[in-house]
Design a protein around this ligand. Structure first.
Ligand code: 5GP
Ligand code: ZN
Length: 119
């Protein structure tokens, strides 16, 4: 069922504590942890604890959690001290866009100048 944990989902396993992660923030409904393969000096993933395959599906079903995800992304940026220098939020959606984990997540990237081409 939508929102239920998926046994084959890596991020559901991180939420369940079955796979370790470097957690930097947590709320009742969201978790933020460092990306295992950082693409910038600051690279944190913020996820809802409930399982939806991508950000749009999450937003369609859970508007409050979606808003909380963005609030938490902003708090991560503040904790990482990248607000002033600027940061990028990315929701890869679909394999063709580079999505590899089909549990909604936002990348918080910063700490270096960002490519203006947005690729
Ligand atoms: P996507 O490409 O789906 O937008 O992003 C998935 C991200 O998850 C990638 O940036 C990848 O490095 C990260 N990732 C994959 N496996 C793990 C893991 O086991 N732990 C953590 N912390 N990040 C992971
Ligand atoms: Zn999941």
């Amino acid at each position: 069922m939508a929102g239920e944990p998926q046994s084959d989902c890596l991020f559901c396993k991180i939420v369940a504590g079955e796979i370790p992660a470097t957690v930097v923030r947590e709320t009742e409904r969201t978790l933020a942890f460092r990306d295992i393969s950082p693409k910038a000096p600051s690279h944190v993933l913020v996820i809802p604890k409930v399982h939806y395959p991508n950000a749009a599906a999450l937003a369609a079903a859970e508007s409050e959690i979606t808003a909380e995800l963005l609030v938490e992304a902003g708090e991560v940026a503040a904790d990482e001290k990248i607000v002033e220098s600027g940061y990028r939020l990315i929701f890869n959606t679909g394999a063709g866009a580079g999505q590899t984990i089909f549990h909604a997540h936002v990348h918080v990237l910063g700490g270096r100048p960002m490519n203006e081409n947005m690729v």
